[in-house]
Every structure is written in C-alpha cells, then in structure tokens.
Design a protein around this ligand. Structure first.
Ligand SMILES: [Zn+2]
Length: 291
C-alpha cells in the first residue's frame, strides 16, 4: 500500500514517466528504503515475504509484453521457459490470492510508465505468459462483485494500452530527435510533441518513429493547421499568406524565416521521416493551398 501511495504522489506531481534511477531508489518506509524494480522483470523487494511487488517490461521487442488482439489485457512473459521457476510461481500466487501489483512499461531504455493496481488474471503455460488486467485504486479498498470487476478492468486496461502506445511513440520519437524540435531546434522536452506525419486515424498512420516528427508545440500546431508543409526532401514550405503577413517576432522568426529551410532529422537512417509518408502529407497541404 505504501508503494501505491508513493506512485500516486508521483503522478500528482505530474511525473508520468519515471526514470530507472527513481525506481531503483524507491521510497522510505518505516526507516527502510524500498526499491520498486530489480534486475529481473518480476520483482520482490526484501521487505515483502512472498509476493512480487512489480512487473517490468523490456524494450527488446516493439510491444512484446503488451497487446493482445481483444485489447482487454496486457500480456506479461514468464521469466525463462520454466513455468515452475520460483518467480513465475510467485507471480501465479498473486493471481490465486488477488494481490495487486505495479506494472512498469519501458517506453525507451531507462524510462517507464507505471500502472497500478494491476492484477494477474490469467496464466498461459503454453505461450509462457500471464494475462494482466488494470484496475482503479478504489479496488484496493473495496471488494466488489466479480462480474463488475471484469467490465471495469477491461475498460481501464484498454485506456492504459492507448496510453502505452501514445507514450511509447512520444518517448521514441523525442529520443530519436535528441529532444529537439526538428524545425526550430528548441530543446525543452516539456514544450515538445511527437507529431504524426500521416495521422494515426489513417491506415498508414503507424505509431513508428519514421512516421513521427519531434515538433515544439507551436510548430506542431502550425504543421497540423497547414501553416507550413514539409516536402519529401525535408524542405519547409510556408503558406504564402503567412509569408505576406506583418507581425511580431514569433511570426517572423518562428514561421516566416523557416520557409525554405530543411528540418533536422535523426542521424540514424531508419528513424528519419519516411519520404513517402511526407509526400502524402505534403499533397494534402498543397490541396489546401489551392482551395
Ligand atoms: Zn519548433
């Protein structure tokens, strides 16, 4: 319960993403330091006798530990291949005894999104993985009807999965661009967004880095509002009526002077904006110009 309370305080402070260091340092409880993660994914601090406290994903696969087709659950792989390995057994015991846990999702190395409380609700020894469901904090205090549990948890878990995808996209794009706006190079993560090149509602609007751009809030809104477009050769084209306007420094430096410049792209080729997607986006920008 102290760990859940600590997490809530972090969330209240606006710390949505937690660093590995913060989780390793953990918090002070009854004169002792309680860690929240360990070297292994299934983690039990020494202050707890039997049950694990947290489960943590790795970034080895794109989202290997998260989605299932129904969207109702998170998936969590066994440690190793032996279902009877002690860590797997202990995690299974939390299912039997309905013990709440914390789920840490690694978005980029060293950065985690936390969800709690989560419950292990299924076990698949053939696929070597558990099924995990997210619940709200109220569930820690009141035992409720089981059928309500399933509906509420299904809803909550779908929301969480959406958060995971958004945050993973944001963290991966910002990391690829070294936390800079690709138009103006502003270097404050709080003022940056991961923008989609092809919108996510679209069929090819995948949440992958090559469909993303790190943009500051102003340039994100301006890009989405078609104040400027980006050609497949990475050159910026500002709308003619914006170029003709007269106003203060934000318009001048922020919008007019970027015309004809090239966006800054990641050094790693695979992370650079996909020219085909840029072209599609640029076509819709040109269409708006001609109307
Ligand atoms: Zn910018």
């Amino acid at each position: 319960m102290a760990a859940f309370a600590w997490l809530r305080r972090e969330w209240d402070r606006g710390n949505d993403t937690l660093s590995r260091t913060a989780l390793e340092q953990g918090f002070e409880h009854r004169g002792q330091r309680v860690r929240l993660v360990g070297p292994q994914g299934i983690f039990k601090p020494r202050q707890i006798k039997h049950y694990p406290l947290s489960i943590t994903t790795t970034t080895t696969g794109p989202y290997t530990d998260s989605p299932d087709p129904s969207g109702q659950y998170l998936l969590y792989s066994y440690r190793g291949n032996d279902p009877d390995f002690h860590e797997n057994r202990r995690l299974r015991d939390t299912m039997r005894d309905k013990v709440p846990l914390i789920y840490f999702f690694c978005t980029v190395p060293g950065q985690y999104l936390a969800f709690a409380p989560v419950y292990v609700v299924g076990d698949d020894p053939r696929a070597l993985r558990f099924t995990v469901s997210v619940d709200d904090f109220v569930s820690l205090e009141y035992a409720r009807d089981d059928s309500d549990d399933a509906i509420r948890r299904g809803y909550k878990t779908r929301q969480v999965r959406q958060r995971i995808h958004q945050q993973a996209f944001r963290d991966r794009v910002l990391k690829a661009y070294r936390e800079r706006c690709s138009v103006c190079r502003l270097k404050h993560a709080r003022l940056l967004d991961a923008a989609h090149i092809v919108p996510d509602a679209d069929e090819s609007g995948d949440p992958i880095v090559s469909n993303g751009l790190s943009l500051c809030k102003i340039h994100h809104a301006a890009f989405d509002g078609a104040y400027f477009g980006i050609r497949p050769d990475y050159r910026i084209v500002v709308r003619p009526d914006i170029l003709a306007e007269e106003d203060g420094p934000m318009l001048k430096h922020g919008l007019q002077e970027i015309n004809g410049t090239k966006i800054v792209v990641p050094g790693q080729v695979g992370s650079r904006p996909d020219p085909e997607r840029l072209e599609r986006r640029y076509e819709s920008f040109s269409e708006q110009l001609n109307h």
